[in-house]
Design a protein around this ligand. Sequence first.
Ligand SMILES: Nc1nc2c(ncn2[C@@H]2O[C@H](COP(=O)(O)OP(=O)(O)O)[C@@H](O)[C@H]2O)c(=O)[nH]1
Ligand SMILES: [Mg+2]
Length: 332
Amino acid sequence: MGTSDPVFPDARAVARAISLVEDETADGAALIARIYPRTGRAYLVGVTGAPGSGKSTLVDRLTVEIRRAGLTVGIIAVDPTSPFTGGAILGDRVRMGAHAADNGVFIRSMATRGHLGGLARATSDAALVLDAAGMDVVIIETVGVGQDEVDIVRTADVSVVLLVPGTGDDVQAIKAGIMEIADIFVVNKADREGADRVVQSVAANLSLQTFAPGAWRPSILKTEASNGVGVDALWTEIGRFREHSQDRRQARQRARQDARVRELLAQRFLEHVEAVLPAGELDGLVDRVARRDLDPYTAVDGVMRQMLGQLQQAGGAGQDRRVRPSDRPPVR
Ligand SMILES: Nc1nc2c(ncn2[C@@H]2O[C@H](COP(=O)(O)OP(=O)(O)O)[C@@H](O)[C@H]2O)c(=O)[nH]1
Ligand SMILES: [Mg+2]
């Protein structure tokens, strides 16, 4: 893995870098700034499914398949609840065991809580590190709950959604809005009773959707991850999707960055406000809003005006710095 790369001389350097960006330190931000120009090469695979659906097992098998194709693999597992891995740290060790002698594989578990800028931010920064470290494929494994996690998988280059028989998963997926984000459905544990029913119900649901001519129609595959059955077909299918979606990959990458830039802007602006407002002023505003003394919109507008006033002062005349209406991003 990127042994000639001075930023990441070894796996330990990669691990340290991920810790830096995970904790959202100033050093982490500086690191991202340094490595960003060399990112964008890795192919991002999002894998989601309920706890116990076999994500980790499947990802491990898929990794073997990808290594066989001569590519390097970075794995980010956002799933410390798995009974199989028994917690993040142990999970890393257990899983690294299978690929221990292979420096073309890097596995990292992410805590699901405690990220200042949110889980999606921490995960995509970790993915950038693995990308810059020269990983050809970066797999992000998440439990498909919560908007954060759905977002992570939705904006990957390819989204793989795992379903399993016997859990009403087919119905759940449709409810949770996961149908819309899947590029490839995988019915894992196909050795179990009812796999074909899941396939049929997903197919039935897809048949109700309309697809533009030439648009990708999500495929449905069956796997037995624990036996390695169907995993090669999944890798082939990911390749087929990659071919098919070459033009749209740029758009997805842009969507990923769009979310990141806006999120970061909102967060940094709030940090700025908290740093420059006199101590207690924001809390005072919140108190007034709580007392119904002031409505939240007026409160925020007031703060905005105060901040923009400061910016204009700092920028002197600042006329040419102002955003022209045509330069403004579309309102969302
Ligand atoms: N019967 C069967 N069990 C499987 C299959 N794939 C994974 N498992 C088992 O399901 C359990 C949960 O797997 P794991 O990969 O930890 O699921 P995760 O929580 O989604 O990451 C483990 O005991 C696996 O051995 C499969 O295809 N068939
Ligand atoms: Mg797991």
